[in-house]
Design a protein around this ligand. Structure first.
Ligand SMILES: NC(=O)c1ccc[n+]([C@@H]2O[C@H](COP(=O)([O-])OP(=O)(O)OC[C@H]3O[C@@H](n4cnc5c(N)ncnc54)[C@H](OP(=O)(O)O)[C@@H]3O)[C@@H](O)[C@H]2O)c1
Length: 477
């Protein structure tokens, strides 16, 4: 979606600039309003750990001209949301705001000049923010009508994962018959979408990297060669089957994996760089930025000319909204024909967003994680209290705000983030309740010296994410 389009998008709650006393007033107002005028949303209250995500009640939005308010039935959780929570991904504005890039539901209210949607229509929508809510307000052009055969959960899984897969395969890489492709994170939302879309083209050889425990599922989804990147060198595994290399590499990892992917391409091959998952550690750090700068790759035109290979970048946010709408309609058509079907890992209540995000961060998901404002949180298993402790414990005060549960590792993440702050930032925060200035996303670096594309002989280091220094892997985009 082009930047100018996205900038026009409605703000479910334009409170970033508000002063604390104004916010308190607004909260009081929201409390006074009848129940049907308020809604629950997940707010990102600042950058840091899972405890920065809180469900709060606030006023329902009113649609401006050209906008619609949609009653959200299901919304998607994305890798970008983890990065945004950590301050590693461009936010629409500084916290607090309601995150969420995609949702499905029914049209509740139309703004002026909306002629192509009706109240009650079932729709799937894409947005820059605001999806993790009972109601979301977006331009009508960001919505596409869905058939009754498409569930809200499946519909909410389409925009980010399937559009990304669709544009990378059919626009960037120009996927054709009998091509070979390396798909990283093959058990993730995008990986599953890429695999299913590859199956719509005849004779594609698909190498998919994933943890061994997920191989059965990715093979059932269509991967022809599953590779356990944790215990083997995936480049060597690919070469065993295709000694000359592959036609397409989709690279969501960045850093050294980009170089490795480029080296795996055969002439006329293309690598599409669309993420930097390797930079996701416990928290954003200056060390990871510096490492990123050193490990990033770039290629000169002379190098590309000599190798006859292409390097391409993809970011869904940069795609114009008209193309998004067309592609979504095509994807819905493919769904109706039974050619694609999102794999839903789990559906969580809004209040469980921290738990849902942790599952994604810990790489335990296979497919898409969905949040649903319609769902009640699962009761937490309560450990049996010791008799004397139970008697002494004071009663829990009722909570108006459901805060995503903070476990010790979250606190560690917050602590790490806290330690990174400069003293003056800390001072600033102490003075005010306002969240701190948005951390800048990783800048793509420019490197003068191209890397000579030589064969990767270095073996893959298994479980590299478990080493602290590797956790601080860099970003290259
Ligand atoms: N450019 C764009 O417009 C765009 C749009 C959407 C997504 N993306 C990017 O696409 C990538 C995948 O997103 P997704 O939504 O499919 O993710 P996802 O559903 O959360 O998939 C994550 C899975 O990838 C695997 N994985 C491998 N290396 C990992 C690492 N270093 N960190 C975390 N997980 C790792 C894990 O499975 P195993 O256990 O098998 O390792 C994990 O379960 C991300 O990098 C994201 O930023 C980019």
């Amino acid at each position: 979606m082009a930047d100018e389009e996205r900038k026009e998008e409605p703000q479910a709650k334009p409170e970033a600039e508000e002063k604390p006393e104004e916010k308190a007033e607004e909260k009081k107002e929201a409390e006074k309003q009848p129940e049907q005028q308020t809604m629950r949303s997940v707010f990102l209250t600042g950058y840091g750990g899972y405890n920065k995500l809180q469900v709060q009640k606030h006023a329902k939005p009113k649609p401006a001209s050209g906008q619609v308010v949609v009653r959200v039935h299901a919304c998607g959780l994305n890798f970008a949301d983890i990065m945004q929570r950590q301050g590693q991904y461009p936010s629409p504005r500084k916290p607090p705001f309601v995150p969420g890039l995609e949702f499905a539901g029914t049209v509740e209210e139309l703004g002026e000049d909306v002629t192509d949607l009706e109240v009650g229509a079932r729709v799937v929508c894409i947005s820059l923010e605001g999806a993790w809510s009972e109601y979301a307000c977006v331009p009508a052009r960001n919505c596409v009508v869905i058939p009754d055969s498409l569930s809200f959960e499946d519909a909410a899984a389409l925009p980010v994962n399937y559009l990304t897969a669709y544009f990378m395969l059919f626009h960037c890489a120009n996927l054709g018959r009998r091509k070979s492709i390396l798909i990283h994170m093959a058990a993730g939302g995008v990986g599953i979408a890429v695999t299913q879309l590859c199956k719509t083209v005849e004779g594609i050889t698909m190498f998919g990297t994933a943890s061994a425990a997920k191989h059965e599922k990715i093979v059932a989804n269509g991967i022809t060669h599953a590779i356990d990147y944790r215990t083997t060198n995936y480049a060597q595994e690919v070469k065993k089957v295709c000694p000359e290399g592959v036609d397409i590499v989709l690279d969501p990892l960045g850093g050294t994996d980009t170089k490795k992917g480029y080296n795996l391409l055969k002439p006329l091959g293309i690598i599409v760089c669309y993420g930097y998952a390797k930079s996701i550690g416990e928290s954003k750090s200056m060390f990871s930025s510096a490492k990123s700068w050193f490990q990033g790759v770039s290629y000169t035109s002379m190098q590309l000319f000599k190798d006859t290979k292409s390097v391409c970048g993809f970011d869904l946010k940069a795609v114009p909204i008209e193309l998004i709408g067309e592609a979504l309609k095509h994807l819905i058509q493919l769904y109706s024909e039974g050619k694609i079907k999102p794999v839903i890992d789990q559906v969580y209540a809004l209040e469980e967003v921290g738990k849902a995000m942790r599952k994604m961060h810990e790489r335990k998901n296979v497919g898409k994680i969905i949040l649903s404002p319609m769902k009640e949180p699962e009761p937490e298993p309560t450990p049996a209290p010791k008799p004397e402790a139970a008697a002494a414990a004071p009663a829990e005060p009722p909570k108006e705000t459901a805060e995503a549960e903070a476990k010790p590792e979250e606190k560690a993440e917050d602590k790490a983030k806290e330690e990174e702050k400069k003293p003056e930032e800390k001072k600033e925060e102490a003075k005010s309740e306002e969240p701190k200035e948005e951390a800048k996303p990783e800048e793509p670096k420019e490197e003068a010296k191209p890397e000579e594309p030589k064969e990767e002989a270095k073996p893959e280091e298994p479980k590299e994410e478990e080493k602290p220094e590797e956790k601080k892997e860099e970003a290259t985009s």
